[in-house]
Write a protein that binds this ligand. Sequence first.
Ligand code: PGA
Length: 246
Amino acid sequence: MTHKKLIAGNWKMNGDLALALTLTREIVAGVERDPALLQRCDFLICPPLVHLARVRANLGATPLVMLGAQDCSAHAGPGAFTGDVSASMLEDCGVGAVILGHSERRTLNHETSALVAQKAACALDRGLTAVICVGESETEREQGAHFDVVARQISESLHKVENTENIVVAYEPVWAIGTGKAATPDDVQAMHEFIRTKVGNSRILYGGSVKPENAGQLLNLPNVDGALIGGASLKAESYLGIAKAV
Ligand code: PGA
């Protein structure tokens, strides 16, 4: 089965409310202007948590663009988990997907695959799509350990998942994130083929310095079902430019 490409924007901790609403408006207008895009791609934007409700209100009653969060609690709740936001709260807010285990959270917040697995279970339980990020560091690639690292992250992050229907795996080599240096098409193809053997029919996204200039090369490879986009998702023109390259 071939999927429509998923064009997922990870806005990270960028932008005030005004920027979030402007970007949302521009993206929706761009998608509406070009219906052919919707035939080839699904669209997902993941604004900062505090902007989710307002962005959702601006997406309209039958959104062409899906709303995602960048993280959720590992606890189903409700309860005494100060600072956490549960999958059920996200669902209530109109969120349809959540990014989990992004390398920035694995590194800066010391998140383990075991924790990601708990979060994924909570997300799936609420009917959210869990976008699970995996990827090796530069050193691990230099040591030739990239396949082993990714295999371990996948098995540990997905071990609670029985049905992979609502799972998306994002392969994001850490050395390619925010560096302007995307992985080569050969490397992407080899890794995605490998991941396919682990996750069946789930969508597999590539992430790491995707931009309109390299999107055609990367997104049209076999087993690449879309992109997780950081920097280039903060401008409607480049975000939509990536979809246009499909
Ligand atoms: P980038 O980020 O596109 O800025 O490299 C990708 C990501 O972190 O998801």
